[in-house]
Design a protein around this ligand. Structure first.
Ligand code: 5AD
Ligand code: SF4
Length: 443
């Protein structure tokens, strides 16, 4: 039987989708290989969020030409956001691509592969308003057997002015809570200790049950947290406009809901936020930060930020730096603005901040965030955390690494400890990115 190799780029949602694809094809008898040289089909699950994400895929396709010369039967398919964005254009532009499949069309993959085997080229990129792959049990790829993603909703309709996602992933829809709970229970019974609930905007999760009851995100979280106190629950991503006190109250009630909130700020300036169509002001955002600190004093806060959005002035950039100084994020994903086709920004605004200015502003944010992260970590020295052990440290075989509830990575001496267990670790040292510690008997 034919063998598939799946390569995934982009966000956690894409990694979760690759597991759905793995499941769909596995049921049809395809086997997955971890050795690209043994593959009959290479599926590349792609991201379209910034231009450099797409350039990377184009380069990868070029590299794969050598492998295709050695294995003339090998077929390559593009899945995910870049597939959705470019559709048949990808077949025209990249001569070594045989099939293009958008995020809502993965159920068609078995049929598509049959066509491809007959020598046809094909693109399936129809978006759906209903598809959630609810009934498909994802088959984990490269997992550590300890932590897994569960997709709880798909799509996004916030239409931030810079963002391509509403066009590549379609309308927002929530998955049936029963299938989410079943997934969590099943993972826990298989030995998993941590699940991350995924959606582009998890706070707007809402599902209407057959009897008319509405299940919102706080209630869903509560149900997942009740699967077991030994199952950690994380979630991403929260939109600041929808982060409710009710959710924070549920988090406070369940110690196994992890103390980490990813709250993308994007900019620290009100004019920019309005232009970005974010639906909140800096005042609102800071009010949400205060609420997090009030309900969950030990919660870490992380963010996304964009440097050099259309017409951003030097003062407005300074406002972003000021926001970073005020909130003191534990971690940040920091990006230069990249103008994306079809977005509001492309149609109505001007990408007028010069490249070198964007680069300099981004560097300033990165430098400041590095200092803040180090200072935050230094304050951790002496504290004891419950750590879920994930595996052997990349630097030394004698050390293990894991994460605390705040999602910070902690490295410590192996001793007799095993991945998949909880240990208490006292922080003894740190860098800006990692805590270093030693195992202690109790918290
Ligand atoms: N340019 C730069 N960064 C972007 N992001 C989304 N769209 C763009 C873009 N066009 C960033 C945002 C978002 C994260 C996933 O990627 O910060 O939160
Ligand atoms: Fe994920 Fe957005 Fe990239 Fe699509 S475009 S893979 S949704 S980050």
């Amino acid at each position: 039987m034919s063998s598939i190799y799946i390569e995934t780029y982009g966000c956690q949602m894409n990694f979760a989708d690759s597991e759905v694809v793995n499941s769909i094809l596995g049921k049809e008898g395809y086997t997955t290989t971890k050795d690209i040289n043994l593959a009959d089909y290479i599926l590349i699950n792609t991201c379209a969020i910034r231009d450099n994400a797409e350039q990377r895929i184009r380069k990868r396709l070029h590299e794969l030409k050598a492998l295709q010369r050695q294995h003339p039967q090998l077929r390559i398919g593009i899945l995910g956001c870049m597939a959705e964005r470019l559709k048949t254009q990808l077949l025209e532009e990249e001569d070594n691509v045989s099939f293009v499949v958008g995020p809502d069309a993965y159920r068609k993959l078995p049929t598509i592969l049959q066509l491809v085997q007959k020598g046809e080229k094909t693109a399936e990129t129809e978006l759906s308003t209903e598809e959630t792959y609810s009934d498909i049990q994802p088959v984990r790829i490269d997992g550590n057997g300890i932590s897994a993603y569960i997709s709880i909703m798909r799509g996004c309709q916030n239409f931030c002015a810079y963002c391509v996602v509403p066009y590549t992933r379609g309308r927002e829809r929530s998955r049936d809570p029963h299938s989410i709970i079943e997934d969590a229970q099943m993972l826990f019974s298989q030995g998993y200790k941590e699940v991350t609930l995924l959606g582009q905007n998890v706070n707007s999760y809402r599902f209407t049950e057959a009897d008319g009851t509405l299940v919102g995100f706080p209630e869903l979280m509560e149900r997942v947290a009740q699967v077991s106190p030994l199952l950690r629950v994380r979630f991403a991503t929260s939109h600041p406009k929808d982060l409710s006190d009710e959710l924070l109250q549920v988090m406070a009630k369940y110690p196994n809901i992890c103390r980490c909130i990813h709250l993308p700020v994007q900019s620290g300036n009100d004019r920019m936020l309005k232009l970005m169509n974010r639906h909140y002001t800096t005042e609102w955002y800071l009010n949400r930060i205060d609420a997090i600190r009030r309900y969950l004093p030990d919660c870490s806060i992380t963010t996304d930020v964009i440097a050099g959005f259309c017409s951003e002035t030097e003062e407005e950039h300074q406002d972003t730096l000021a926001m970073f100084r005020t909130v003191r994020y534990d971690y940040a994903y920091m990006f230069k603005f990249s103008l994306r086709p079809n977005t509001y920004a492309e149609k109505h605004l001007h990408d007028d901040v010069p490249e070198e200015v964007k680069t300099r502003r981004l560097e300033e944010i990165i430098k400041l965030q590095g200092e803040i992260a180090l200072e935050n970590n230094q304050k951790e020295i002496g504290r004891v955390y419950e750590v879920l052990v994930e595996g052997t440290s990349h630097r030394s075989k004698e050390q293990l690494f894991g994460r605390n509830s705040q999602n910070k990575v902690i490295v410590f001496d192996r001793g007799n400890h095993q991945p998949g267990t909880y240990v208490n670790v006292k922080v003894t040292n740190c860098t800006a990115a990692t805590l270093i510690g030693e195992v202690v008997e109790q918290a």
